[in-house]
Design a protein around this ligand. Sequence first.
Ligand SMILES: Cc1cc2nc3c(=O)[nH]c(=O)nc-3n(C[C@H](O)[C@H](O)[C@H](O)COP(=O)(O)O)c2cc1C
Length: 73
Amino acid sequence: MAKIGLFYGTETGNTRKVGKMIAKEFGGDDVVKLHSTAKATAEDLAQYSSLIFGMPTLGDGEMENSFKAFMEK
Ligand SMILES: Cc1cc2nc3c(=O)[nH]c(=O)nc-3n(C[C@H](O)[C@H](O)[C@H](O)COP(=O)(O)O)c2cc1C
């Protein structure tokens, strides 16, 4: 199982693309598993020893909506 969880929020897909590039640099899916914050749960987060978070800023530098909601959970 991957030891690093990469949790990303995205509106138009750019952050997912960057997340996939980061995962590839680390060695792929076996090392880094991507999770969309639109679907992820707190249990998903708890299974990793290391975490990477990514989201775009929108409006006046606000967090992307699904990422903000996930963090509040
Ligand atoms: C409605 C809207 C508002 C944005 N506001 C900001 C902002 O305040 N600051 C910023 O640096 N980028 C802003 N951007 C640019 C986004 O952060 C950028 O397009 C990002 O790559 C989108 O990521 P995503 O494809 O993962 O959603 C905005 C983009 C949109 C569509």
